[in-house]
Structures are given as C-alpha cells and as structure tokens.
Design a protein around this ligand. Sequence first.
Ligand code: HEM
Length: 419
Amino acid sequence: MTGGIPEISDRAPGRGAGLSADLEALVDPAGRPDPYPVLRRLREASAHTASDGLVVVAGHADCSKVLRDPAMSSERDLFRLSPTARGPRTRNFIHLDPPDHTRLRRLVTKAFSPRVVAALEPRIRTLTEDLFRAAAERGRFEIVSDLAYPLPLQVICELLGVPVADHHLFQAWSAKLSEALEPPLPGLVAPRATGEAARARAEFIRYFSEVIAERRTSPRDDLVSQLIQVNENGDQLTDSELLATCILLINAGHETTVNLIANGVLALLRDPDALRLLRAEPELAGNTVEEVLRYDAPVQLTTRVARQDTAVGGTVARAGDMLLVLIGAANRDPQVFEDPDRFDIRRPRASQHLSFSAGAHFCLGAALARLEVRIAFELFATRVIDPRLTGEEIPYKPNLSLRGPDRLDVDFRDIKLPD
Ligand code: HEM
C-alpha cells in the first residue's frame, strides 16, 4: 500500500510526552518475532488515548466499528499533528474518502470481481507449480524469495500487462515504500527510509508513465489498457489517477501476499499436526488461509483520523486525532475467537478476522490473495515431502505494519509434482 508517507517530526505523537511502555515495546524491532503478548496487553487497555493526538484501538468490536465509521477518515493529512510529506506524491484511493474514494474504487472494482478472479485459477496454479518445480530442481527452498515474492508479483505483473522480467524493480521499489509505510510513531521510520521511499515512488511514476503512454497508442488485453478505457457515464481516470492506481495495485498486491504465504508456511511447519491434517484434507486450504490471516495478520495495523469528536470504547477521539487500529490484536480477541492464541485450521468462523480491513476500504484484492495463497498452501502441504525448518531463529522484516519473515529456509526430502 502506498501513499502519503508521513515523515517523523518533532510534532509526532509521543514526542516529549513518551509512549506507554507497551506501545514502546510494540515499536521496538526486538519484539517482531512475537508481538502477541504486547498486543494482548494493548487490547486489554483498549481503547485508550496513548498520548496527545493518538488513540489506540485494539478490541475486535471497536476496531470493526472504527473501520466502518464514515466519521473516520482515511486521509491521513487531516491528522492534526501531521508532519508534511516529502517528494512526488500520488493520491491513491486507499488514502481517500468519499466521494473521490467511491468513484475511483468503482472504476477499478470490475477487474477484481470474484468471476474475473476465479478465471485466473488455472494460470495461478501453473505459475505456483513452476515455482515448486524450480525449488525441487535446486534442492533448496527459501520460501520468501523462491515462492512468496515471485508468485503474487508474477500474477499482478501479468494482470497489469507489464513484463515479469521487471519484477525485481517493483520488488525493490515496493520494499522501500513499505519500509516507510508506518504510523507516525517516534522511532518507527528512519529518516533515510522516507527519502528512499520518495525516490522509489518517483521511479514507479516514471516507469508507469511510459507504460500508460504506450498503451494509449497501442491498447492490449491487459489491466492498464482496461483502466485507460474504463468509462462510466463519461467518467474516466485521469493520468495521475491511473498512475496512482497502478502503483497501488502493484504494491498492495504483493508485499501483503508475500507475508501471508510466509507467515502461513511458518505456522504450518511449527505445527506438524496442522500440516499433516492439511496434507490429508487439502480441501481445508481455504480455511487455512483464513486462519493464518487471523492468527498472524500480514497487515498488523492501519490508521484513521477522526473527522469529529467520537466516542470509541471508553475514550473519546477528538477531531484530528489519529486512531491506531491494531488488527493483529483484534484478530486474537477472546470475545470473538475461542482460545485465540491457538492455530486451528479447522476453526469455525476464522474469516471474522479484520485482516482485509472492513467497511468502505475492505481490501479490493482479497479474492485474488485468497486464491493465490490457497493454491500455495495446498501445494506446500501435499507436494513437499518431509519439510523441515532449518535454523532456530526466524529473521523478521523490520516493519511493524506489514509483518512477515525476511527469509524462511526449508529442508525437504522431495517435491513431487505432476509432469
Ligand atoms: C494477503 C494479502 C492482502 C492483505 C492482508 C491485504 C490487506 C489490505 C488492507 C488491510 C486494506 C485496507 C487498509 C485500510 O483499511 O486502511 C487493503 C486495501 C486494499 N488492497 Fe489489499 N491486501 C492484500 C492483498 C491485496 C491484493 C492481492 C490486491 C490487488 C491486487 C490488493 C489491493 C488492495 C487495494 C486496491 C486496497 C484499497 C481499497 C480501498 O481503499 O478501497 N490487496 N488491503
């Protein structure tokens, strides 16, 4: 997800006032391997005003309410302590409110309808099998770079109609954008990361400006050409809206899915009974995707800005306050999920998680992500013989918002695929 990336300034919340010990523990990269004890304490203290201008929301009911509340804005610039953003900006619709949000989202939605996505299944299966086959030939499987990155990137590149050979560019630019995509809490975004994100955004803009210009003169059967041609009652996407949407789709469409694949393979390898069950009953792959989304959310948090004074739980968000919506905490709320810290691929109603958000900004790519990851989990469980984690410590990416391992090395006896 890209967009206005706030710089950390002296006016960021908590500066001077100090964050609570639990919020500081959450920000500390040392806690990445297991943030859930801290998230539990933050949920038990939720909702609360953590410092001037910052409200922490972590219970399922309150998070769900905030995400669905039209008084809660996605325009982060409304945050009354908002630091100014730097570098060329694109206004993508994840950071817009109605009516702009409604209009842009409607123009793009058709391309991600369940029917369009379901038709992609054979192609996604072939791509996934090829990645498993390549790992079998190499005799090594590093889940993050051999499966989790290439699969969603190849899919979104093919959909948009940009050369898959350029995927290393997108991967590098997206990583820079994600590093800076953190809530404006002190210590989360290094000043270096903000500058690198601005450069990455400029590269993305240059790249897609050329693609769009080219498709205007020679349309093809791809999403960029479709987005250019979309026309509803005379309404079309402007060039800058097109650019913002292409960048949003590339970025939102893969950093998140990468982490879902890696978090899921890790959860399965740490729970051999679950892996055995999935191997015996591959039709559980769909529910496994939901349970991984719930148990170890790839997007751990999002933010909103209160447009007006609003009661949230036992506290009040004042107009202009930022709300930190802790999805990772809501997903383990015992009020909604029984024995929430247990990984259970048969869990009924696992899909009540908030990992794709809720309300007007509910993830547009949810059906696509679910399909890609269902196939990846199914093949991992049924085709990889005797997979084992190598190494004790799992290194995590430094991000707080987008959570996932940096690498995940897996040993195996064999990978069996149809010829
Ligand atoms: C596991 C994978 C994914 C996760 C966990 C995820 C999560 C999310 C979340 C939490 C939001 C809403 C943020 C908010 O409310 O502030 C969102 C929005 C969005 N996602 Fe995803 N996403 C995933 C995959 C994808 C894919 C594959 C695509 C497209 C190819 C995509 C496209 C979008 C778009 C366009 C939005 C903006 C929707 C709007 O603002 O109306 N996402 N996603």
